[in-house]
Design a binder for this molecule. Structure first.
Ligand code: G6P
Length: 369
């Protein structure tokens, strides 16, 4: 097992560090920057279905559901197609309206999650076109869907999903960009810009991983608290949810993810000098609005851990700690802002002596409902 961990203490840490390669493997052969095209057989062969779709329904569970939420922003923003994101377990039991003009995208690392599989079968029975985004080749969901695109993350052993999440976002971004191009909702120069920026993401993930020692120090300060709040807006709202989930899963510290502006409708009541609040405040992503949310936290003495764009000064002045990530397009920022949140939860869990790779009560794949 030590050999399998490749010199890392845990599979989770190894998998966090594998992300530059996993993301590269996921877009390799699909993102052809020189030719300025995206090539994905599963999308190409079914382009008509995608173009004729009234809407896209995304179903998933857990971390994959968070990737679906990020995809909602990307698809609507770039490809201008309405998207609904559903927990598979809710969708399957609520007599949903599904028609032949719907495209359902099921996201699943394992490809074996019972609720997601059931949602697929339901959508198929109503005539929808079903597309899978799975990591495990030949898995039940990969076989049950009409077409799909694999994430090429490689085996993920840690129960808390890391590289599966970022590669799911990568695949979904590629699909959204391909559709946007086909629909003409993105200009050719903007499309090329996205390809260029996406190609640079692995290098930037590597950069982000260099904050590890700094994040370890922050973890030391907050490891004994009993509550955490995670805030983000726009593309980074789902990242806040995912950051909170990661912390809960492996450290057993209660954490809540919230849209930053929604804080004043509830969570703000929890804020005092004992409450650490992770705020994703990258440039471009409604930056000024997030800064004013940070001011609201500060005036209530909350401890602020800001996830900021390299070189940021405004948040640095207000926050107790900042963790920098390189600059990128707002639509790609979740691929970077996720990294420090993974490391933060990892280090806190290790410091608390928790079983990081196999947290209590959780399973890697949930094959029963
Ligand atoms: C379990 C795992 C999570 C995962 C979820 C969905 O709860 O512990 O990490 O996100 O299932 O799994 P899937 O394989 O469908 O992505």
């Amino acid at each position: 097992e030590q050999i399998e961990k490749g010199g890392f203490d845990h599979f989770m840490l190894k998998e966090i560090h594998e992300q530059p390669k996993a993301i590269t493997d996921t877009y390799r052969g699909r993102l052809l920057r020189q030719e300025a095209i995206i090539k994905m057989a599963g999308v190409e062969d079914n382009m008509k279905k995608f173009l004729n779709a009234d809407r896209i329904i995304i179903v998933a569970c857990g971390t994959s559901w968070h990737a679906g939420l990020v995809a909602e922003y990307i698809f609507e923003d770039l490809a201008r197609v309405p998207v609904e994101v559903e927990y598979a377990s809710e969708f399957r039991y609520r007599n949903p309206i599904i028609t032949e003009k719907d495209v359902l995208i099921a996201i699943s690392q394992s490809g074996e999650t019972a609720d997601t599989l059931a949602a697929i079968k339901l959508a198929k029975s109503k005539g929808a076109f079903v597309f899978g985004v799975c990591n495990v080749v030949g898995s039940s969901i990969a076989r049950e869907t009409h077409a799909g695109a694999y994430t090429h993350a490689g085996p993920e052993i840690g129960v808390a999903s890391t590289k599966a999440f970022t590669t799911q976002i990568t695949v979904l971004t590629l699909i959204a960009l391909r559709l946007a191009r086909a629909k003409g909702t993105i200009s050719s120069s903007d499309f090329r810009h996205h390809l260029l920026e996406l190609e640079m993401i692995p290098k930037k993930v590597e950069e982000s991983l260099k904050s590890d020692a700094h994040i370890q120090k922050i973890s030391e300060i907050y490891k004994d608290v009993s509550n955490f709040l995670y805030l983000g807006r726009g593309y980074n709202f789902p990242v806040a949810l995912e950051g909170a989930l990661k912390l809960k899963e492996i450290s057993y510290i209660h954490a809540e993810g919230y849209p930053a502006a929604e804080m004043k409708h509830g969570p703000i009541a929890l804020i005092d000098e004992n409450m650490p609040i992770v705020v994703i405040a990258t440039k471009k992503g409604h930056y000024e609005k997030v800064v004013s949310n940070i001011q609201e936290i500060k005036s209530r003495k909350g401890k602020i851990i800001g996830i900021v764009t390299e070189g940021d000064t405004q948040v640095r002045e207000l926050a107790d700690h900042v963790i920098e990530v390189p600059e990128t397009l707002e639509s790609l920022s979740p691929l970077l802002t996720t990294i420090p949140l993974q490391l933060l939860s990892y280090h806190i869990a290790v410091m608390l002596g928790k079983n990081v790779d196999q947290p209590r009560n959780l399973a890697k794949s949930v094959t029963v409902e």
